[in-house]
Write a protein that binds this ligand. Structure first.
Ligand code: DGL
Length: 268
């Protein structure tokens, strides 16, 4: 049953991802909007989304949104490029709450590149989506976009095996480096956890771009426009649910120094 919250402004922001990747977005949202409460769903039991069909990604996104609305969230952040690029239009049509999504930051990279070549590392589901294609096609006349599918990276991250991603990252990033990219877009919210390893591979004059801060800013703008900001002086309450391994979730929260008020296993 949907929880009724007396003052909608005090309701939490709902955030979901196929697993732990969206925690990198959560961290930015909490630091930009410290008075907001958040409820985070790590759908790790169904990870990776990037290898599923569009319809499967839509169904999972609806399942996650239904739970967040049942909990009483006032707005939803789809903290997953794969879910945004495949499902956000359906979500916006179906529900009467504001949605904020995340897509690979092709535009900032396009504005910033000097070599005219940028790399995009993302999941298969994102790279094949209509939304990504239409955004990236806007820039293809002026610049070369070298794409790489980060096959198996999400699986290893979800198991907490970050060091094991290095040979894969070398395989995906070396062709971009060889072709002269000067910006690499991390088009999956799991990948910021790999930045220390990526930095060991790429020359330091290549800029790594991720969209975490931009999504937090956009969340703030949307809440402001909708009159939904929480104006209380107290800090928000941060709740995290996983439908898989609680220890891995706790480990990732520790890694990024994010404090949870509540953390629990929950079936969804
Ligand atoms: N964090 C998701 C994204 O941003 C990961 C996708 C997956 O589960 O494959 O695309």
């Amino acid at each position: 049953m949907k929880k009724e919250i007396e003052n909608i402004n005090e309701a939490p922001i709902g955030i979901f991802d196929s697993g732990l990747g969206g925690l990198s977005i959560c961290k930015e949202i909490i630091s930009t909007l410290p008075h907001e409460s958040i409820v985070y769903l790590a759908d790790s039991a169904n990870t990776p989304y990037g290898e599923k069909s569009k319809q499967e990604i839509i169904d999972l996104s609806i399942k996650n949104t239904d739970l967040l609305l049942e909990i009483g969230c006032k707005a939803i952040v789809v903290a997953c490029n794969t879910a945004t690029t495949n499902a956000i239009e359906v979500l916006r049509d179906k529900y009467n709450v504001p949605f904020v999504g995340i897509e690979p930051a092709t535009k900032p990279a396009a504005l910033q590149t000097k070599s005219g070549k940028i790399g995009v590392l993302a999941t298969k589901g994102t790279l094949n989506s209509d939304l990504f294609l239409s955004t990236s096609n806007q820039f293809r006349d002026e610049l070369e976009i070298i794409e790489a599918e980060g096959e198996n990276l999400v699986r290893l991250i979800e198991k907490g095996q970050l060091a094991a991603t290095k040979p894969l990252l070398e395989k995906y990033l070396m062709p971009m480096i060889d072709q002269g990219v000067d910006n690499i877009v991390l088009g999956c919210t799991h990948y910021p956890f790999l930045i220390p390893i990526i930095k060991e591979i790429i020359p330091n004059d290549i800029t790594i771009i991720d969209s975490g801060e931009a999504v937090a800013k956009q969340t703030q703008n949307v809440l402001e426009q909708e009159g939904l900001l929480n104006h209380r002086a107290k800090s928000g309450v941060n709740t995290f649910y996983t439908n898989n391994n609680l220890h891995v979730l706790q480990d990732f929260l520790n890694r990024i120094e994010l404090t949870a008020n509540n953390i629990a296993f929950r079936e969804f």
